[in-house]
Design a protein around this ligand. Structure first.
Ligand code: ATP
Ligand code: MN
Ligand code: MN
Length: 389
């Protein structure tokens, strides 16, 4: 891999999609702190501020060395005054007062716990916080109205809090492959999201599904979920139909992250392997001893059970959009955001998970591979393992 810093110019590129960002880097002690401030800004509905902190953190992830002094930051892009102040304090004192007080704050902790529930976004969490609720247990005790997703989120809370391992993702890949091939032979399945970027754990497992014969993929999702349900492998699923129309969704549409593919947000019932069974029962002994937790646990599946709940996202894409969908569902979220910003601001193009539209030529640019999309955008190809911006 090429270094991120041009040895002559000593310039770090300013868009994350122009840089290589490996999974493991040298500055977690700074990026963790900046990302807490980013998270907190998001909780306070301040998106601009949140993105600023995330961009600052991302630049430090791309540095090939550990930051030792403020000198090391000279000529780095995206580091605003506020981020620099935080970094300086951490370098000098070992920690930042603002970060530590944010981390300790009741609001930060409550919104983090509440948005940690599947189906709960910042807006809902904030409303509950203002009503005095602080944790998933509070929701149960006060008998809050929950939608179907949130009910599942509360029911499987403990399992969904546990990171999904690559080994578990591989088992789920096999299951998804079996399901898809049972209902549509010849379909192609690709592991997406964090696991495609080389992560060893994730909060869910993401898959993209297509078929080389355009049209064959239509209406595929209900067939897949029916098959999975018949096998008793689904604890929850919500399928959304494809609503993409090139004419309406293309250049005119406001740039945002949501795509319109046929998709399914689900919770799988994953049979535990022999080892994870053992660690499961150890965990339950500890859990039972913490009094306040027991109520919710009575709602959970049996402590000694031989399965766990795992979040799985399934997306179906027409073959002609597969390269765009692949690029859009690989992440990281900041990398995606920066790609779209680059396309719009630097190239007068509009990028989504469906298509790339060139506003100057007034046409859609077709692509079969991610490499072609990077080329259209005038960017050096960045492989998935270096999109951990
Ligand atoms: P984690 O390990 O926490 O799951 P991740 O990078 O896989 O990390 P996800 O939230 O699973 O994070 O998202 C994976 C990718 O899918 C991201 O690139 C994101 O941009 C994309 N994505 C997620 N939700 C949507 C959505 N509703 N519409 C369009 N794209 C989405
Ligand atoms: Mn994911
Ligand atoms: Mn996901």
């Amino acid at each position: 891999p090429k270094p991120n810093i041009d040895p002559n110019a000593m310039l770090m590129k300013s868009y994350a999609c122009q840089r290589r960002t490996p999974l493991k880097h040298h500055n977690s002690f700074l990026t963790d702190a900046l990302e807490i401030l980013a998270q907190n800004a998001e909780y306070n509905d301040n998106e601009g501020r949140s993105v600023a902190f995330r961009r600052a953190a991302s630049v430090l992830k791309a540095l090939p060395h550990r930051v030792k002094s403020m000198e090391d930051l000279r000529s780095l892009p995206c580091l605003g005054d506020h981020s620099q102040r935080v970094i300086k304090e951490i370098l000098e004192d070992g920690s930042s007062r603002e970060v530590e007080s944010t981390r300790q704050s009741e609001q930060y902790q409550a919104i983090k716990a509440l948005t940690g529930i599947f189906g709960v976004g910042v807006r809902t969490a904030d409303r509950w916080f203002r009503e005095g609720l602080r944790s998933p247990d509070d929701l149960i005790h006060t008998g809050q109205q929950l939608n179907r997703a949130q009910q599942a989120g509360v029911q499987y809370y403990d399992d969904l809090q546990k990171p999904v391992t690559k080994a578990e993702a591989d088992v789920i890949s096999d299951i998804v492959e079996k399901a898809v091939h049972a209902v549509l032979p010849g379909a192609e399945i690709q592991l997406m999201g964090g696991f495609r970027r080389g992560k060893e754990v994730g909060h869910d497992v993401d898959f993209l599904i297509t078929h080389p014969e355009e049209g064959k993929e239509e209406g595929l999702m209900p067939k897949i979920t029916n098959w999975l349900e018949e096998q008793g492998l689904l604890l929850y699923q919500k399928t959304t139909r494809n609503s993409y129309l090139e004419k309406m969704d293309g250049p005119a549409r406001a740039p945002n992250n949501m795509d319109r593919f046929e998709r399914c947000f689900s919770i799988f019932k994953l049979q535990a392997s022999a080892e994870s069974c053992t660690s499961n029962s150890t965990a339950s002994v500890q859990d039972v001893s913490t009094g306040s937790e027991t109520e919710r646990h009575s709602d959970q599946h049996s402590e000694a059970s031989d399965w766990r709940a795992v979040r799985v996202d399934l997306v179906v894409s027409p073959y002609s959009q597969f390269a765009f969908a692949t690029l859009g569902w690989t992440g990281s979220k900041l990398f995606e955001r920066e790609l779209r910003r680059w396309a719009g601001q630097e190239k007068h193009m509009s990028l989504s998970s469906h298509a790339l539209y060139d506003s100057k030529q007034n046409l859609y640019l077709r692509a079969k591979t991610e490499e072609e999309i990077f080329a259209y955008l005038g960017l050096e190809f960045i492989p998935p393992s270096e999109r951990n911006a």
